[in-house]
Design a protein around this ligand. Structure first.
Ligand SMILES: Nc1nc2c(ncn2[C@@H]2O[C@H](COP(=O)(O)OP(=O)(O)OP(=O)(O)O)[C@@H](O)[C@H]2O)c(=O)[nH]1
Ligand SMILES: [Mg+2]
Length: 441
């Protein structure tokens, strides 16, 4: 548990729709019946799903591109091709998915089984059955399947901590983390020695394990951007409870406490409403009696015992005394946290499944094309144009007519003319070469 934020860039492409087909009814007494080509099936969607079974994004270091399955092509007798199976990419709970091009957050997967669709599969193309009209009862053409959606994504793993430790710089947060877990954070006798949130796993005697995060950098003005604490508070927003650590030897203890509490409230009401345990650290620096006085004073001042919910969680231990240096009170603190967390987890069962649909998962830059000229030959590049040509029957005049109609509607014919294509110019679309103005004009 060293790295707090795990981070990768990947590409996804949903499955292309299956092509429609051209087919004809062949019945005993009707040798050449009407059109019978079915539609292609839908291409596979791409989903991301959060799971407990994975803890890192390390798999994506080698799996940089994920492609959805292609829909089945249409079948004979007017039957549609099968939709492709969707692709479900499993990621750890706590994965934030962003559009790498815009930086927009697509989904923040914080719950087990939570899903987000990031790219919708292409629709299947229509077969000639569906394309028949009263004017053209027997079309010899069909539609290509729609292209899949291609996206660049950024995945970021923000590990979810059960407990967030907040407190002024130098309060001893890193020291506490290092004594309750195997984490080895930097500890130093000056403020801001920790620059990024640190995580540690606390293993309790009864065999439970929970994650504690040290959230550094909270100071007065943090909610206005002073220090680094503000951006780190995002991480604590997902924790179930907070430990507010203070240095009991401070000469202005109440002021220290109020500063942090005020920053919390300014940042987010939800955060301020989390169960919070006030823990006085550095007990070894004051004598026992003095410490007991201070605890009494704080309990009275903050009337912690009056908060029923807190009370139920912490059983009158709303202000605790520890020393990270000598480990005094640390085992009791672990017990209190464990009990409170067990209750909190039981109170907030996780919803079974939530699905996000990103509207952008349906945006198809499908109609885009490019024309370039090389040694007098015109090349048309573009997914939809190439697919269209690939499903067109070049021996059938109606089909070619339909293809040209669609290419014209896409603006490709005009663009070729603008580029200088003339009667007889060679035009290459995908794997097919045309003579402009004859089949193609
Ligand atoms: N005497 C005493 N010193 C402590 C105790 N806990 C921490 N310290 C000291 O206090 C100083 C700050 O401790 P850290 O754990 O680095 O404090 P922090 O809250 O992580 O500080 P930042 O990362 O700067 O926000 C260090 O010199 C620690 O050795 C304690 O219980 N008793
Ligand atoms: Mg620290």
């Amino acid at each position: 548990m060293s790295q707090f934020i795990d981070h990768v860039f990947i590409e996804v492409r949903s499955g292309d729709g299956g092509n429609g087909i051209v087919a004809w009814r062949r019945e005993k007494y009707e040798p050449m019946g009407g059109p019978a080509g079915g539609n292609g099936g839908r291409g596979g969607h791409i989903y991301f799903e959060a799971t407990r079974d994975i803890n890192t994004l390390i798999d994506f270091r080698f799996k940089k591109r994920i492609e959805g399955r292609i829909g089945e092509r249409g079948r004979h007798k007017g039957q549609h091709g099968k939709n492709a199976e969707d692709t479900v990419v499993r990621v750890p709970i706590g994965t934030v998915i962003k559009d790498a091009e815009t930086g927009d957050i697509i989904a923040d997967l914080v719950l087990e089984h939570q899903r987000a669709m990031v790219a919708q599969g292409g629709r299947g193309g229509r077969g000639n059955t569906m394309l028949a009209t009263p004017q053209m009862r027997a079309p010899h053409f069909c539609e290509p399947g729609e292209a899949g959606i291609e996206r660049k994504l950024e995945l970021e793993l923000k590990v979810l901590a059960d407990i967030g430790v907040i407190g002024l710089p130098n309060a001893g947060k890193s020291t506490l983390l290092s004594v309750v877990s195997a984490a080895k954070p930097k500890i130093a006798d000056y403020p801001f020695s920790t620059l990024e949130p640190q995580l540690g796993v606390i293993k309790t005697k009864s065999g439970n394990a929970f994650v504690m995060a040290d959230i550094p950098g909270l100071v007065e003005g943090a909610s206005e951007g002073v220090g680094l604490g503000h951006q780190f508070l995002r991480h604590v927003e997902r924790t179930r409870m907070l430990i507010h650590l203070v240095d009991i030897s401070s000469e202005h203890l109440e002021q220290d406490i109020d500063t942090i509490r005020a920053e919390l409230r300014l940042h987010s009401q939800d955060l301020a409403a989390l169960p919070q345990l006030l823990v006085c650290n550095k007990a070894d620096l004051v004598d026992e009696e003095e410490a007991a006085e201070i605890i009494k004073r704080l309990k009275k001042h903050y009337k912690t015992g009056n908060n029923k919910k807190q009370n139920a969680l912490f059983k009158g231990e709303e202000v605790m005394l520890i020393s990270g240096a000598t480990r005094q009170g640390v085992d009791e603190l672990i017990n209190v946290m464990e009990e409170a967390l067990t209750k909190l987890k039981a109170e907030q069962p996780e919803p079974a499944e939530i699905i996000f649909f990103d509207p952008k998962s349906q945006e198809r830059p499908d109609t885009g094309f490019q024309i370039y000229r090389k040694k007098g030959v015109f090349f048309v590049e573009g997914d939809r144009a190439e697919r269209l040509v690939s499903v067109t029957n070049m021996r059938d005049a109606d089909s070619i007519h339909h293809m040209i109609h669609v290419l014209r509607a896409m603006g490709i014919i005009d663009a070729l003319i603008a580029e200088g294509a003339k009667h007889g110019s060679e035009v290459v679309v995908g794997a097919t070469t045309f003579s402009f103005g004859e089949e193609f004009g």
